[in-house]
Design a protein around this ligand. Structure first.
Ligand code: PHE
Length: 350
């Protein structure tokens, strides 16, 4: 074997390998290069295999030349590997770079609708007085919406609550009062019954500043032995103070509901003027917030609570009414139009 030719081959291999290394651009190509020029089947290994055919006294020279070449390739590979790692890192850092001086993207925060807020507030107050919360169907039967509440068919008091009928027997409830009956029927004969019922109700009314064909009520019912009108007044006074302020007062005016006897309309001191008289209270100093009364004996008996042993009070308040008073909203329709100028006022400051 011609030693000179072998040495030339080794130099060629080195030149080729180093040239190829300059073209390497990623980790896969680098690994390919390593296998190709430093692996078992590399041209250098092939030269080593030919060493046997070299004259014995020349072998060390050729062997050394191969080893030097391999060392240089090895070193070149390591250098290239480090350079590549650094380049890849820099590229990644550049691509993931954030400009911390950019203004942030503000996240819009939602808020509870004023009606929901009032409902939750009312619920909290009554929960604090030991009431539980129940809910009932909006599609109600004539029987529960009217008859079991002492409003027989053709009773003139039905005119006050004309509604939407699905069939002769099925309608959209005009008030949450049917839940008085449903609650008592579910609870009998246990006492005390002490429940509030928030929910949507419907009336066949023309929409205007103070009327809506759909609105919300919160019903209250307490039944036990020895419940008296003064209990009703005390509970409502407690409620009014928690809701509107510690020096609130309530006033009961005689009224009529077929399912309570006696019945009352309940007023609070005008929230706007404190009782002095203003446009909101039409100069009376008082504002009506709910209807109430002692549960009618018929209603108690029909629902399974003997009126000779048990008595109770009930009330029903309009949620919209309270929200309008509390937040000074002058038109009920504002509560349904999703006008952001109104709703934003109830968003918590960010
Ligand atoms: N349900 C009556 C209404 O909607 C209010 C009410 C409830 C009155 C309970 C008395 C007792 O007008």
């Amino acid at each position: 074997m011609d030693v000179g030719a072998l040495e030339t081959t080794i130099l060629d291999i080195e030149r080729e390998a180093l040239g190829a290394l300059e073209q390497v651009a990623d980790r896969a190509a680098l690994e390919e290069w390593r296998v190709r020029y430093l692996g078992k089947k590399s041209p250098l290994s092939q030269v080593m295999r030919q060493l046997g055919s070299v004259a014995a006294e020349e072998r060390p020279r050729v062997g050394e030349a191969v080893n030097r070449c391999r060392d240089r390739l090895q070193t070149a590979w390591e250098t290239a590997k480090e350079a590549l790692s650094e380049r890849l890192l820099n590229e990644r850092l550049a691509s993931e770079r954030v400009d911390v001086t950019l203004p942030g993207r503000r996240r819009e925060r939602g808020a509870l609708h004023p009606l929901v807020r009032v409902m939750q507030e009312v619920e909290d107050i009554f929960l604090g007085m030991g009431f539980t919360i129940a809910e009932g169907p909006e599609v109600e039967t004539d029987e529960y919406n009217f008859e079991k509440l002492n409003l027989p068919k053709d009773h003139p008091a039905r005119d006050m609550q004309d509604t939407f009928y699905l069939t002769d027997a099925l309608l959209l409830r005009t008030h949450t009062s049917p839940m008085q009956v449903r609650t008592m029927e579910a609870m009998r004969p246990r006492v005390p019954v002490k429940v509030i019922v928030p929910g949507r109700v419907y009336r066949r009314d023309e929409d205007d500043a103070t009327h809506s064909h759909a609105f919300n009520q919160i019903e209250g019912l307490v039944v036990d032995e020895g419940i008296r009108m003064s209990d009703l007044k005390g509970v409502l006074e407690q409620f009014a103070r928690a809701m509107f302020g510690p020096d609130q007062a309530v006033r009961l005016r005689p009224s009529f509901f077929p399912f309570t006897e006696p019945s009352a309309e309940v007023d609070v001191r005008c929230i706007n003027c404190g009782g002095a008289g203003c446009r909101v209270c039409k100069d009376t100093g008082w504002i009506e917030i709910l209807g109430a009364g002692m549960v009618h004996p018929h209603v108690l008996d029909w629902a399974g609570y003997d009126h000779r042993r048990y008595s109770g009070f009930a009330f029903g308040m309009g949620v919209e009414r309270i929200a309008m008073l509390k937040y000074g909203i002058e038109d009920i329709r504002h509560l349904y139009q999703n006008d952001l100028r109104l709703l934003r006022q109830f968003a918590r400051p960010v």
